[in-house]
Every structure is written in structure tokens, then in C-alpha cells.
Design a protein around this ligand. Structure first.
Ligand SMILES: Cc1cc2nc3c(=O)[nH]c(=O)nc-3n(C[C@H](O)[C@H](O)[C@H](O)COP(=O)(O)OP(=O)(O)OC[C@H]3O[C@@H](n4cnc5c(N)ncnc54)[C@H](O)[C@@H]3O)c2cc1C
Length: 476
């Protein structure tokens, strides 16, 4: 066999790319191909920021391929038709591609594999769906036993080295459509697309102490405590890179394992283990969506919660105008940066589904339209967990109090002040509950609740009772 296509999908990287490596082992020439699937581009889950991140990531991949003697061929249209054309144009005999386990991709890929010579190699998960099952062959629906079984299976090892090919030979002159330039990434966007940045972030998180946390130990060794702080960069911020495969899950997991092994003391070790656990949560949700694709549309549990679905309340939530500063700061972070801290995701998702009694699917869709790391499996899992409708979900009676969550996870109010400039004249003591600021202080500050910042959309304690009732009724 002399030529094959490497069909790039959610694996925009050269390091640890099993599909690319398999193609290179078998054939003399490889044509890297990315197909802009019109149906995905038209989806109501599409996000401009994620699309811009993808376009820049493709340009970066093309630059990296050119350093190895190759280039990226981009085509637009139906993947099956485009692949068929390319096989002919390149006189290629085979297609190599990494699996994609989402329901849409699985169905599409199955159809393509019936018609074209595709070999699937590798997965966005380090241990793909089907490999982690109960003794009776059924899928796990609870995280802890899943993670135990996951850990017992062979997989990435501490100290494992991941390399990239030294050379990729490709036939010359295969025409490519231009990579779109619009939409553009927003100004000041904090995620530089591409695998070099992903590698830098991983190395920094695992090896470089940062001033905001500790001068001596890298962030991974403080993760258990600092991951819940909204006002410090206590997490890896690798999610967009894992989402697009600019970093392989295997490499991140091997890094976590190495950190566990090298930990200087017990607390540091436990922190690194907590980080590994989060990577396993990612795997768990990939497996869940694969085995139970209906969760994309339906509650996994509690099938008939009576949502109120007030459109005006939903709009206020989307725009960060609920009157609860920590909720609004988080929603503005999402709007402006395309990313949100995990603790904040839980707070705003709880507020939407419990305080406002709005269907988690509305929030899920809004997140997908905004998030640069928007991922069908993790996003669905996170929403159903918080709404109390999912697998292994938070119990329905766990309702986050937006004031105490703010006080606990942003005690100095730095996160709130960063994203809500309209609260700059509110003194610290009222920052988490600005509606309690006495009228004479409001007058002195020239700042008025209901004018400069909205009064709370709902009273949290009343909303809590209402949610408990709505969820309890459903249980009867
Ligand atoms: C309502 C809701 C929606 C979410 N939507 C998404 C989404 O669309 N895409 C997404 O990648 N994550 C999603 N998450 C999970 C989590 O919030 C993000 O993965 C995390 O905030 C990313 O930040 P980080 O890279 O600094 O994570 P770290 O804390 O450094 O964790 C490392 C990696 O582990 C994975 N991870 C961490 N926590 C989770 C989790 N709870 N579930 C699944 N994977 C996890 C991510 O890939 C992350 O990059 C959602 C969570 C909630 C509650």
C-alpha cells in the first residue's frame, strides 16, 4: 500500500496520534485531511468561539505538518462524499482515523465504514467505551465503581514518553479549500489554539509553581483545595485542548500518574489523585453518552420534573442579570471568555434548574453555544448531575445557595469584581448580597440597586422550597 488518508477529527495533534502513527507504519505517503461537515456547522449547538478556536487550531496543525514535509488538506461538505473523492484524487487505498464516540459521529462513521476502507485507531478517551464494563458486561452508571474498574485496566503509565513523527511524506499538489477566517477569536482570548500551547499548559500545571498559589510546588499539588477557588488559576485550564485532541487524554493521564508517584508528601499526592479523578470523570461521561445516547435528549432519572421555563428569567440568566453576583460574574465570564470555572458551572447550573426551575436542556444548549471546550459528553453529564436527573447525580435536594457559594469560593470578591464592573462602588461587605446595602449608603456611593445592578430575580429561600416541591411531586 503506498498512500493513505489520515482523517483528522477530534485529534488536532501530532504528538501521541495513534491514527497518524498507524498510517505511517503501513504506507509510504499520508494525506492529512480535515472535512468541514456542513451539518455540524449548521447545528444549534454550534459556538462561534469554539469554531474560531477550531479554525486557528487547524492553521496551527497545518503549520506543524509543513515543518514535517506535509500539509493539511481541508474540504467542505459531506464527509463520505469528500473522502470518496479524495481517495481517488490521491490514489489512496486506506483511511485512518481516531474514533469519535458521540451519537452523531458514531452513526455517521458506521455508515462511512460500510462504504469506504476506514481503520479506526485510538480514541478521545484513554480507555474507550466498551473497555470498562461490569463483570456481567453491562456499563457502569455510577462513577466510583467505574473509576475502580478503569484504574484496574492497563493504560497510560507514569513516565511514559509520547512522541511525534519526524517526517510525514505526502503527495504534492492535492488542492485544499481555505481554512475559514471568520468567526475570529475574541480580543484578549486566553486560550491560544494549538498543541504547543497544550503541551506548555500541561508542563506548567505539573511542574511550575505559580505565585498565586505557592512558590514551591506546582499547581497539581494544590489542586484538591485550589480547584474550588474562583479567584485563582487553580485548575489546569486544559479542557479546550482535550476537547479538540490538541493534547491526548493518554498523555494528560500519564502526567497525573507521574505527579502521584513524585508527590513530596501525602497531601500533595492526594491532590494529584484528585486531578486524575477529574480526568476519569471525563472518561466516565464519554462512556455514558456512548452507552446511553438518549441522555442527550432525556433525563436519565426523574423523567417528569415540572419545569417553569420562564423565557425572561432564562434571558436574564444568559446575560448575567439575575441579581446574584456570583451567578452573574460566572455568566459574564462565559459570555466574554468562552470558558467558566467548574465550581461556577455547578453554581449557575443549580441556579437555573433549581432556583429558576428551567429545564437543564436550555442551559446545556446555551453552554454549548458559548463554551470553547463545549463537549457533548461532559456538558450533558455536568448538567444532568447538577439538575439531579443524571447518572450518579447530585441528590435532587442539593440546591446551591448562591450567596454562601460566593462567600466560600470567592471570599475577597475578586472574581465578582473582575467580571461585574458595575459593582465597583459596592463595599466588600455587601458584594455578595448588594440588595442589602442600606439606602443611605447607596445614595452616598451614587449606586442604586434596581438601577445600576438588578435586584435578585427570585428570593433564594422561597425558590428553594418551590424547587423541593417540584422535584418531590415528581417522585410521587
Ligand atoms: C454544568 C457543567 C457543564 C460542563 N460542561 C463541560 C464541557 O462542555 N466540556 C468540558 O470539557 N467540561 C465540562 N464540564 C466539566 C468541567 O467544568 C470542566 O471540564 C472544567 O471546568 C475544565 O477546566 P480545567 O481544564 O481547568 O479542568 P481541570 O480541573 O484541570 O481538570 C482536568 C480535565 O479533566 C476534565 N474534567 C474535569 N472535571 C470534569 C468533569 N466534572 N466532567 C468531565 N470532565 C472533567 C476536563 O477535560 C479537564 O480539562 C462541565 C461541568 C458542569 C458542572
Amino acid at each position: 500500500m503506498s498512500c493513505a488518508l489520515w482523517w483528522v477529527r477530534r485529534d488536532l495533534r501530532l504528538v501521541d496520534n495513534q491514527a497518524l502513527n498507524s498510517a505511517l507504519e503501513l504506507v509510504g505517503q499520508v494525506v492529512p485531511v480535515f472535512i468541514l461537515d456542513e451539518r455540524l456547522l449548521a447545528s444549534s449547538y454550534m459556538s462561534e468561539k469554539r469554531l474560531a478556536f477550531l479554525w486557528c487550531g487547524l492553521r496551527e496543525l497545518d503549520r506543524n505538518l509543513r515543518c514535517l514535509g506535509s500539509y493539511l488538506v481541508v474540504r467542505r461538505g459531506d464527509p463520505q462524499a469528500e473522502l470518496r473523492k479524495l481517495l481517488q484524487e490521491c490514489q489512496a487505498q486506506a483511511i485512518f482515523a481516531e474514533l469519535d464516540h458521540t451519537p452523531y459521529a458514531s452513526a455517521r462513521d458506521q455508515r462511512i465504514a460500510e462504504q469506504l476502507p476506514v481503520t479506526w485507531v485510538g480514541s478521545p478517551a484513554a480507555k474507550p467505551p466498551g473497555s470498562v464494563l461490569k463483570g456481567n458486561g453491562a456499563p457502569f452508571t455510577v462513577f466510583t465503581p467505574f473509576s475502580k474498574a478503569w484504574k484496574a485496566l492497563p493504560g497510560p503509565q507514569p513516565g511514559q514518553r509520547f512522541s511525534q513523527p519526524q517526517q510525514v511524506a505526502s503527495p504534492v499538489g492535492i488542492p485544499s479549500d481555505p481554512i475559514p477566517t471568520l468567526p475570529e477569536l475574541p480580543e484578549g482570548f486566553s486560550f491560544l489554539p494549538g498543541e504547543a500551547e497544550a503541551q506548555r499548559r500541561l508542563a506548567d500545571f505539573l511542574h511550575t509553581p505559580i505565585e498565586e498559589i505557592d512558590f514551591h510546588l506546582p499547581p497539581v499539588y494544590h489542586y484538591a483545595a485550589s480547584r474550588n477557588q474562583l479567584d485563582i488559576p487553580g485548575t489546569s485550564q486544559l479542557s479546550p485542548y482535550l476537547r479538540f485532541g490538541m493534547l491526548s487524554a493518554r498523555q494528560a493521564i500519564a502526567g497525573a500518574m507521574q505527579a502521584i508517584q513524585d508527590a513530596p508528601h501525602l497531601e500533595a499526592r492526594q491532590s494529584a489523585e484528585t486531578w486524575l479523578n477529574e480526568l476519569i470523570w471525563r472518561e466516565f461521561y464519554i462512556h455514558m453518552l456512548y452507552h446511553y445516547p438518549s441522555v442527550r435528549r432525556e433525563n436519565f432519572r426523574l423523567p417528569h420534573v415540572r419545569w417553569e421555563n420562564d423565557q425572561a428569567n432564562f434571558q436574564a440568566w444568559c446575560e448575567g442579570r439575575t441579581g446574584y453576583p456570583v451567578v452573574d460574574a460566572a455568566m459574564r465570564q462565559l459570555l466574554h471568555s468562552g470558558w467558566m470555572h467548574n465550581r461556577a458551572r455547578m453554581i449557575v447550573a443549580s441556579f437555573l434548574t433549581k432556583d429558576l426551575l428551567i429545564d437543564w436542556r436550555w442551559g446545556e444548549r446555551w453552554f454549548m453555544q458559548q463554551l470553547v471546550d463545549g463537549d457533548p459528553a461532559a456538558n450533558n453529564g455536568g448538567w444532568q448531575w447538577t439538575a439531579g436527573t443524571g447518572t450518579d447525580a447530585a441528590p435532587y435536594f442539593r440546591i446551591f445557595n448562591p450567596v454562601s457559594q460566593g462567600l466560600k469560593h470567592d471570599p475577597q470578591g475578586r472574581y465578582i469584581r473582575r467580571w461585574l464592573p458595575e459593582l465597583r462602588r459596592v463595599p466588600d461587605e455587601y458584594l455578595h448580597e448588594p440588595w442589602k446595602m442600606p439606602p443611605d449608603l447607596q445614595k452616598a456611593a451614587g449606586w442604586f440597586i434596581g438601577v445600576d445592578y438588578p435586584a435578585p430575580l427570585v428570593d433564594h429561600s422561597q425558590a428553594r422550597e418551590r424547587a423541593l416541591l417540584a422535584y418531590k411531586q415528581d417522585r410521587n
